[in-house]
Design a protein around this ligand. Structure first.
Ligand code: NIG
Ligand code: FE
Length: 418
C-alpha cells in the first residue's frame, strides 16, 4: 500500500535528461495524457498513465485531479528573500526619475534594507521568511534559493544565513542558501572597497564554509559596486573553500562580469541584461546556466535580457523572481513566466522548463527536484486549468490550485476553485 496516488492529470513531467536543457530540448514538457504519480514516503515511485497506475497500486489516498494540469513545483533559483522592511518610497522615487544606482549611491537601496536587517532580531528575520515561504507555496514554488547580503558585516550576514538554516529545519520549506557578503559596500568601508573585500574573504567566508551556512557564493559585480577583479578574488576564495559560484552579472552596465566564466567554474551567471558576445562565449565554455530575471528588468523599466540570443547560443536558461524589496518585489513564478514569454520572447514551454528543471540545475538540486521523475521528491503543483498555457496566458491571477511538497499538501490561501 503506497501513500498517495494522483490520477486524471494532464501531466507535464519535464523529465530530467541528466543535464540542463538547451535549445530545442527546452520545448519538451514530457507530457502524459491522463497521467498519474505514485508517491511513497514523499518520493515519486512511479509515473505513468492513470489506468496503468490504478491497476498497479493500492494507495492510502487517491486524488483525482479531473483533467487539471499537473507540473513539477516551481524552483526559484535567485531570491533575496531574507529581508526586513520594504522600499515603496524608493519605488516612487524611481518612477519620478531617480535611477537604481543613484539611490544606492545616496545610501538608499540595498543600504536602506541593510539598516532594517541589522536592527532586526534573528526571530524577526525568521518570521518574515516564514511568511514569504507561505507566499512561495501559494504561487507554486516548492524550492527556492535565498541570499544573505543585507547585513554586510560578519554578525548580520551570519544572522541572515542562520535564519535560512532555522526555517529549513523547522518548516517544510526547502531553501538553498547563498552567501553574498559582497552585495554592496557598507558605510564603514566607504572609499575602501578592497578593505571590505578582504573582510569578506578573510573573516566571513571561512566561517560560512566551516559552519555549512551556504552552498553558493555570489557577488554583485557592477559598476560602482564590485569590479571584475574584486569579484574574481571573492569567488576564487569561496571555490577554494568548497562553495559553488554564481554572480550578478551585466545587470546595469557591461563591465566584463560574465566573462569571469572564462576563469572560474561558474554554476550560473544571473541577470545578463547587458550580456556581450564575449560573455556568452565565456558562459558557453564554462557550461554555466543563464539565470534570467525578467521581473527585475520590468520593475526597473530596463530592456529585458536577450533570451533568444542566449538560447540560440546553446546556453541553458533558467528564470527566477529575484524576490527583493528593491528591484523586483514578487514571490510569483507565474508572473515571471508571463514576463519571460511576453517580454523576453520565450515560448511558454521554454519558460516552464526554465522555471523547473533548469532552475533546479542552477541551484544544484536537480538530483531531487525540478521534474516529475521516479526517485525525485514528490514536489508538484495542480493548476486550476487543464493546460500549462494558462500560466502565461491568464496573467495577474494565481493559476495554482494546490501545491504539494514531498507528497504533502502545503497550506496556502488561494484555493479559489476549492
Ligand atoms: O538582484 N543587484 C543587486 N541585488 C538585487 C537587488 C537587491 C535590492 O535592491 O535590495 C538584484 O537586483
Ligand atoms: Fe539579485
Amino acid at each position: 500500500m503506497i501513500d498517495l496516488l494522483v490520477v486524471g492529470a494532464n501531466l507535464y513531467t519535464l523529465r530530467d535528461y541528466g543535464h540542463p536543457r538547451k535549445k530545442e530540448e527546452l520545448k519538451d514538457l514530457g507530457f502524459i495524457e491522463n497521467g498519474g504519480i505514485a508517491v511513497e514516503n514523499g518520493i515519486i515511485v512511479d509515473v505513468d498513465r492513470s489506468d496503468v497506475l490504478k491497476e498497479k497500486y493500492k494507495a492510502k489516498e487517491v486524488i483525482d485531479v479531473e483533467g487539471r494540469a499537473v507540473l513539477p513545483g516551481f524552483v526559484d533559483p535567485h531570491t533575496h528573500a531574507v529581508f526586513a522592511g520594504t522600499r515603496e518610497n524608493e519605488f516612487l522615487m524611481r518612477l519620478e526619475g531617480k535611477s537604481y544606482l543613484e539611490i544606492l549611491e545616496a545610501g538608499g537601496g540595498i543600504l536602506s534594507t541593510l539598516k532594517k536587517v541589522r536592527e532586526s532580531s534573528i526571530d524577526d528575520l525568521i518570521k518574515g521568511l516564514q511568511k514569504r515561504v507561505e507566499l512561495f507555496f501559494e504561487w507554486g514554488t516548492t524550492t527556492f534559493e535565498a541570499k544573505s547580503g543585507y547585513g554586510l558585516n560578519f554578525e548580520a550576514e551570519i544572522k541572515q544565513l542562520e535564519a535560512i538554516k532555522r526555517v529549513n529545519e523547522t518548516t517544510t520549506a526547502e531553501i538553498v542558501s547563498t552567501f553574498i557578503g559582497a552585495h554592496a559596500i557598507p558605510e564603514e568601508f566607504k572609499g575602501n572597497t578592497d578593505g571590505y573585500v578582504d573582510e569578506v574573504i578573510n573573516k566571513m567566508l571561512p566561517y560560512v564554509a566551516q559552519n555549512n551556512l551556504a552552498e553558493f557564493v555570489d557577488v554583485f559585480c557592477e559598476k560602482g559596486v564590485f569590479d571584475v577583479e574584486q569579484s574574481y578574488r571573492i569567488l576564487r576564495a569561496a571555490i577554494e573553500l568548497g562553495l559553488k559560484a554564481k554572480i550578478h552579472a551585466d545587470e546595469i552596465e557591461a563591465i566584463g562580469c560574465s566573462e569571469l566564466a572564462f576563469r572560474l567554474p561558474m554554476v550560473s551567471c544571473d541577470h545578463l541584461l547587458k550580456i556581450t558576445d564575449k560573455g556568452i562565449e565565456a558562459m558557453k565554455q564554462a557550461g554555466a546556466i543563464a539565470t534570467l530575471l525578467p521581473g527585475t528588468a520590468f520593475s526597473l523599466k530596463e530592456p529585458f535580457a536577450d533570451a533568444r540570443r542566449i538560447i540560440e547560443a546553446s546556453i541553458p536558461v533558467a528564470i527566477a523572481t529575484d524576490c527583493n524589496p528593491g528591484s523586483s518585489y514578487t514571490e510569483s513564478m507565474p508572473a515571471i513566466i508571463t514576463l519571460a514569454v511576453l517580454g523576453m520572447d520565450m515560448m511558454p514551454q521554454e519558460a516552464i522548463a526554465a522555471a523547473t528543471i533548469n532552475a533546479a540545475y542552477a541551484i544544484g538540486r536537480a538530483d531531487r527536484v525540478g521534474s516529475i521523475d521516479v526517485s525525485k521528491q514528490a514536489d508538484f503543483i495542480v493548476l486550476n486549468e487543464s493546460s500549462y498555457l494558462f500560466i502565461p496566458y491568464h496573467y495577474g491571477v494565481n493559476p495554482v490550485f494546490k501545491t504539494f511538497k514531498k507528497g504533502r499538501l502545503t497550506k496556502h490561501a488561494s484555493a479559489a476553485a476549492d
